[in-house]
Design a protein around this ligand. Sequence first.
Ligand code: NCD
Length: 314
Amino acid sequence: MTLQLDSDGHLRHLLTLDGLPREILVRLLDRAGQIRDTALGRTCKRNSLVGTTICTLFFEPSTRTRSSFQIAAQRLGADIINFEASTSSARKGETALDTLRNLEAMGVRGFVVRHAEDGAAEMLATHAGEGTTVINAGDGRSAHPTQGLLDALTIRQAKGPDFSKLKVLIVGDVKHSRVARSDLHALHTLGTGEIRVCGPQSLLPDDGVLKGCVVGDDFDAMLEDADVVMMLRLQRERMEEGLVSSLDDYHRDYGLTVQRLRRAAADAVVLHPGPINRGIEITDEVADGPQSLVLRQVSNGVAIRMAVLETLLA
Ligand code: NCD
């Protein structure tokens, strides 16, 4: 993906972690690590984006991603406006591109885009004006680069910077998950020792993204000695009927319970991008338990989004 890099190799848009050079990825993690405390405190507001207007252009629902981009932009002194597809002229049939062009004409420089269609952010970046920056906040099942970054940062904080000894397991509806795709790209780029991917055959992708991973459908076997367990939400909105026989069966075979987690390494950590279907992919005891980093992921999300906005727009 060269569209996101300029001719000097600098980041111009953030559309995917696929092919993003390791130095850029690590620099974003380092920067986010440094600003993590600032990101959460109220006192140390930075002013690197004073005078810059950013728009969150969301055509799909979001809680964490949108609010953390808002908080991140505010912490950097930017002005931020929220475009809501359900209450805008998108309801009258206006296209995403026309929407972007109109907001560009008002002086918006940064667009944080979420869309149900694969490639939507890339399409907007292709047609955006010279000085406009597009950040993909999730397109279809393709990519969710800031989630991939915040997951990598969360793992790095818990396990240290050397990923080569780690066994990382990704579990569940990988087929429909943009989070899994961006996580896989980040984990490969960071040189993860072993990447395991587990789910029912019907929810495993067959488009080549699992190249280089250990793939299987036996959750108990795949959990053995895992250092990191990344659970995914069942993406029922992107699923044809019948891919999962029943939610009870799914929970029985792929739900992470306290008992199951004992198969993983004693100091294993558990991640989930949210929103959580409690009692389906993960039980309350695990989601809220001592090995869960779910809320750490959320707070790291603000720091990662500050690092991304500053890198792209300051
Ligand atoms: C994810 C998304 O929307 O892709 N949520 C998020 O950004 N944290 C994951 C999901 O919806 O399952």
